[in-house]
Design a protein around this ligand. Structure first.
Ligand code: SF4
Length: 287
């Protein structure tokens, strides 16, 4: 075979491979137009196209001049399949103590009642109280921390105690009341000794957060603390980078600032935190 036929042979091999994939998956979208018996718009043999997956759970919007953190991208198709399995109860273990219809909940109160006995991860056996969330169920702003601490575990409410009081003051400084926004955590149960959430715990609990967001339909999320930002956005970038960018999570804009408990430990961070919440308030007003 002469070299001049090589490109044609490669195209034929690729077309054969795509045809096999189409037969295997019963989906002709794998095939280029010619392989489906069609032709391109200009009547010439079409070029082989790669399949277009619906993807991009997490995108980054950078401010000019700022470095872009590298974030994991996840196929939307895969996520929907995982959620549907949970929804249909295919992977729902009765020992998790979750109502199998939790995914159908159309209000926060219903969702809370259906998952509040959850023992899907080890934290379900060590918590004192399940901490679902609190605030305005129609708010366009949701504040998300990483997990309940000791005070939250005692009272069953997120961001109480000294850190919670400081958070209330921060909100008041930008003319927002605690009851104007919705406040919750990624994990609904306290990790022992306030350790960082484990990846398996986040994986187990995150579907509940996604369902909360689906019901609330906020326009903006403010992550409180580096761990909350990194955990939600599945990244290891620094808090400085997190604070200097606006991200997307499930199609919702995300900003990250300091955790109020960190501000109690280091008052020098109050000024940059103040600048963050002013930016947040400006974005909130524009939504
Ligand atoms: S942390 Fe989440 S997944 Fe784990 S037991 Fe509590 S509610 Fe269930």
């Amino acid at each position: 075979m002469g070299n001049e036929n090589q490109p044609e042979k490669i195209l034929k091999d690729v077309e054969l491979f795509l045809r096999q994939q189409a037969e295997l998956f019963g989906d002709e979208t794998f095939l280029p137009a010619a392989a489906k018996g069609g032709e391109s718009d200009d009547g010439t043999a079409p070029a082989v196209q790669t399949p277009q997956l619906q993807s991009d759970e997490i995108k980054v919007e950078s401010h000019p001049g700022k470095s872009e953190p590298k974030l994991k991208q996840k196929s939307k198709t895969i996520r929907v399949a995982e959620d549907r399995e949970l929804f249909e109860g295919k992977v729902l273990n009765p020992q998790w103590m979750i109502d199998p219809h939790w995914y159908e909940s159309d209000s926060l109160a219903t969702l809370d009642s259906r998952i509040s006995g959850c023992k899907k991860c080890q934290l379900g056996t060590t918590r004192k109280n399940f901490v679902f969330g609190v605030g305005n169920p129609n708010s366009k702003l949701v504040l998300i921390g990483e997990a309940p601490g000791a005070d939250e575990d005692e009272q069953g409410e997120p961001f109480v105690g000294r850190a919670g009081q400081l958070l209330n003051k921060i909100l008041a400084a930008v003319q927002l009341r605690r009851e104007d926004v919705y406040i919750c955590n990624i994990l609904k149960c306290r990790p022992p000794n306030n350790r960082d959430p484990l990846p398996a715990e986040v994986e187990a609990c995150e579907p509940f957060l996604k369902k909360q967001l689906e019901i609330i339909k906020p326009k903006l999320i403010l992550c409180l603390g580096r761990i909350a930002g990194q955990t939600l956005l599945k990244t290891n970038v620094t808090l400085t980078d997190l604070r200097n960018n606006i991200y997307l999570y499930e199609g919702i804009k995300v900003m990250v600032t300091f955790h109020p408990a960190a501000l109690l430990r280091n008052p020098n961070w109050k000024r940059p935190a103040w600048e963050d919440v002013q930016k947040m308030r400006k974005l909130y007003d524009e939504l």
